[in-house]
Design a protein around this ligand. Structure first.
Ligand code: TRP
Ligand code: ZN
Length: 861
């Protein structure tokens, strides 16, 4: 809080082009912690070495520290603490610098540095949290060998963990004890971690490909121990998968994971000691949905994979963040695809990309995958860096094929092991290892904006066809002129009569325009394009409803088939929104056929028959009209529900819950059951609310219970309040489940959603201090297009009030709530003015953090 108030008036802009190697290196650091929640003393012993010939002083980052002592080679030393920097005069080429500081973990509400969560002391250092623990050159290209000694009250903090291997422990006077850990791998300070608390472990072990045994521990509070089995299974599966898929073995004798309830992000890959938001560790059938189970496995894998893509090879500077994040997201996506349904995983990944990254790329906060400048780096842990970054790696994989891609990653890992590398290093390894020229591909790292592709297929009666492609990359902030990008498009042609595949190829669109010729086609061809979503682009292929319906029934690429159905639904909705006649028949016919197709599995059917989200429809309009979109989508839902009531009933009973099982087939059945229930309720079937209530009461798993609750909460049924109250009573003591109770109401499609959310913000279980609870209510509400964009502007005011209130405690969490207000350009003048007014109110607020300042001022753009 104080830091924010003291922030300089003109915020400092950090630029990629200003990168210089560090003046001083720190090959070794020994840390000594005297731990306490109110006060912790940190003694640091740094071996520093001058890097190159210069006479500049040693400058250490230091934020919010009470400095007690500074010595150089054991002598009191000349130093100055100013503007969050500790400058020390060092006259020799190498020296031992010692500092002693005091910090207050309990007062640390930012959750960066050393803080307290539910009585546990833990750390979060990425990106720039280490400077809030001890003075240090807090940048990722300074790699050090860490030794960590901790002393603490044994009753309160019986478990003391840090990175690497435990090397000693013992008792001290006065009920205290100590432990020492040493990490043999040099690492940047953002990978440092420490945990002290009353924890128990789910212990297991893993034998690596070369025969070393690794001790695994997942540390939680005692009552949560029974919810760690799924995370442990995922960890072991990840370790094996990385050996088989990338030839990467784990490298320490110990791997620990700790779960905490207060965490700014999903999880953190600290070397040998991952720290997790508890929502990505704890899972059992009673409290976690199938989506939660999948997310746990995905995040456990993600953080584990960072051991190679992030830790053994780290980033030179934070502009290179996608080097580790894009690659690691791609790796966790591949892992999840291999463990479950490939097609459904791809559908989910693309849905996330379109819901989060496309709007970012088309708005005032657009930035390249490798950004050029920032005010606060925490604001760049974005869907662009993570998810578009992963799509870039996926495109290289598509272009190279699996073998040459693996040759590229092998070269990357061997060439840069132990280094702080750049995105350019990665691309060069792909070029040399894969034997390919990626010169133009580099544009994907530097140019922001989602390319738009126009595709038109013209065929004649002699079996010839021409596919005309053109691309356009929209202007983005700071980038008005764009060059054409190299775009890999998986394309196929299907025979309109036979439904068989006539042609299939990977087309590289390199220029602004291209014509691709086909010949020998024996029937009229129908175009299937961007199959598997081979490039992160928007394609306008101008296919009519009949061709889309045809593809939704015949395309042999599961993703393309899903995509055809989505496009069919989208076109139907867009017509209705713009006042055209609402012809629901083509969609009804296509959904009928999909539901009846015995060759399709439940999980795929459930995805395919789901209507596009309201915001996705909005993204395709020049001016978003939330009320018209709601009305059009509801009408289509009702039409589908009523026209196919028999089929929804059949689907609902065919997937009736058995005893809970977490398998792809059982998950698919539950998913389709929820979707069918939603349609039955939407259609106003007489017994639908009773069906939902029975499912709510009888469910032996959270997927079915939450599915039923969602359906009821969106309805006007009398059972609605009974279900909400019952859910609250049953789960009020489980914070992760209580989050769901808030979210279901924040996402409600009812007219009273906004009022309900305002009331929930006054509920005794709502708190500003827990990021999960904030996201559960406020984050979810901002994603409820119709409620948030209520024409009164009350939704905007509510969000701005929340941002300002949270900013005083936790700027990172506050800043992540700003982007929905930045979408004002997409709305009518009235709404846009109201949104801008709230952004202006935020920017003018006294004591604003630089996190929120950057997001809000850029959003006014
Ligand atoms: N590197 C983490 C990841 O795996 C991201 C992360 C964890 C993070 N905690 C953070 C980013 C705090 C910013 C602030 O994705
Ligand atoms: Zn990551």
């Amino acid at each position: 809080m104080l830091d924010a108030q003291n922030a300089p008036a003109a915020p400092v802009i950090v630029r990629r082009e200003d990168y210089r190697p560090p003046d001083w290196l720190v090959p070794e650091i020994a840390l000594d912690f005297d731990l306490g929640a109110e006060r912790t003393r940190v003694r640091a012993r740094l071996k520093v070495a001058r890097n190159g010939a210069h006479d500049r002083p040693l400058v250490l980052d230091a934020e919010g520290l009470t400095l007690v002592e500074v010595t150089v080679d054991g002598e009191a030393a000349e130093h100055r603490l100013e503007d969050e920097r500790l400058t020390i005069t060092v006259s020799t080429a190498a020296a031992v610098v010692e500092t002693l500081v005091e910090i207050g973990p309990r007062a640390n509400t930012q959750l960066m540095g050393l803080y307290e969560s539910g009585g546990i002391l833990c750390t979060q250092c990425e990106a720039e949290g280490f400077r809030r623990i001890t003075p240090f050159p807090d940048r990722p290209d300074v790699l050090s060998r860490f030794t960590v000694c901790m002393a603490a009250d044994k009753a309160v903090y019986p478990v003391l963990l840090s990175n690497g291997d435990p090397v000693g422990a013992g008792d001290l006077d006065g009920g205290r004890h100590w432990a020492e850990w040493r990490d043999p791998f040099p690492k940047p300070c953002y990978l440092f971690a420490l945990v002290a608390g009353d924890l128990v472990a789910n212990r297991d072990s893993f034998v690596t490909a070369s025969g070393r045994t690794v001790d695994l521990g997942i540390w939680v509070r005692e009552p949560d121990l029974s919810k760690t089995a799924h995370a442990m299974a995922a960890l072991k599966a990840s370790m094996k998968w990385d050996e088989e898929t990338y030839g990467r073995e784990y490298d320490l004798a110990v791997f620990n994971i700790v779960a905490v309830s207060d965490f700014n992000f999903g999880a953190m890959e600290n070397k040998g000691l991952n720290i997790f938001n508890s929502r990505y560790i704890l899972a059992d059938a009673e409290t976690a949905t199938d989506a939660d189970f999948d997310a746990v496995a995905g995040v456990v894998a993600h953080e584990y994979f960072h051991n190679w893509s992030g830790n053994r090879i780290t980033c030179r500077d934070w502009f290179q963040l996608s080097l580790k994040e894009g690659f690691t997201v791609f790796r966790d996506q591949q892992f999840s695809a291999d463990m479950g349904s490939r097609a459904v995983k791809r559908i989910e990944d693309v849905r996330v990309l379109r819901a989060a990254q496309f709007p970012e790329d088309g708005g005032p906060l657009a930035h390249p995958v490798r950004p050029e400048s920032y005010i606060e780096i925490s604001n760049f842990y974005t869907a662009t860096v993570y998810n578009k970054g992963a799509e870039l790696i996926r495109m290289m994989h598509t272009i190279l094929g699996p073998e040459r891609f693996r040759a590229g990653t092998d070269l990357y890992f061997s060439r840069h092991d132990g280094e702080a590398a750049t995105c350019e290093d990665f691309v060069r390894a792909m070029e040399e290892g894969g034997g390919i020229d990626l010169s133009r591909f580099r544009l994907w790292y530097s140019q922001a904006g989602t390319p738009r592709i126009r595709a038109a297929l013209a065929s004649d009666d002699n079996g010839a066809a021409t596919l005309t492609l053109s691309q356009q990359v929209p202007a983005t902030p700071g980038q008005t002129e764009k060059q054409p990008m190299p775009i890999p498009l998986k394309v196929a042609l299907f025979g309109a009569d036979s439904g068989t595949k006539l042609e299939e190829r990977l087309v590289m669109l390199e220029e602004e325009r291209a014509e691709i010729a086909f010949s020998g086609l024996l029937e009229r061809p129908v175009l299937s394009i961007n199959r598997d979503f081979s490039a992160p682009v928007v394609v306008e292929a101008g296919r009519d409803l009949a061709d889309l319906a045809f593809l939704s029934a015949h395309d042999d690429n599961a993703f393309a088939r899903y995509e055809a159905m989505q496009q069919l639904m989208l076109d139907t909705l867009l017509r209705a929104v713009s006042g055209g006649p609402a012809d629901h028949e083509p969609v009804i016919a296509a959904v009928r056929e999909t539901l009846a197709n015995p060759a399709l599995d439940h999980a795929f059917i459930a995805e395919a028959v789901l209507l596009p989200s309201e915001s996705f429809v909005g993204d395709h309009l020049a001016v978003v009209d939330p009320d018209a979109i709601r009305a059009a989508r509801e009408a289509l839902r009702v039409a589908l529900g009523s026209a196919l009531e028999g089929q929804w009933r059949a689907a609902y009973s065919a997937t009736a819950a058995n005893r809970f099982e977490y398998s792809p087939a059982a998950k698919g059945a539950r998913r389709l059951r929820s979707v069918a229930l939603g349609y039955l309720l939407g259609a106003g079937a007489e017994d639908a609310a009773k069906l939902a209530m029975r499912q709510f009461e009888d469910a032996d798993n959270m997927t079915d219970r939450q599915g039923a609750l969602t359906a009821l909460v969106n309805s006007g049924a009398a059972e609605r309040n009974t279900a909400l109250a019952g859910f609250y009573d049953r789960y009020r003591r489980d914070p992760l489940v209580l989050d769901k109770w808030f979210t279901v109401q924040a996402l409600s499609t009812r007219d009273d959603a906004l009022e309900a959310v305002e009331a929930l913000a006054r509920h005794p279980d709502f708190t500003l201090s827990n990021p999960n609870r904030m996201r559960a209510l406020v984050g979810a509400f901002a994603a409820n297009q119709r409620a948030f964009h209520d024409v009164s502007g009350r939704g905007y005011r509510f969000l701005a009030d929340m941002i300002l209130a949270v900013d005083r405690l936790n700027p990172q969490t506050a800043a992540r709530l700003v982007p929905p207000l930045g979408r004002w350009r997409r709305f009518d003048e009235g709404r846009a003015a109201l949104m801008r007014a709230e952004l202006e109110r935020i920017v003018a607020a006294p004591g604003l953090s630089k996190d929120v300042f950057e997001q809000a001022s850029k959003s006014l753009g």
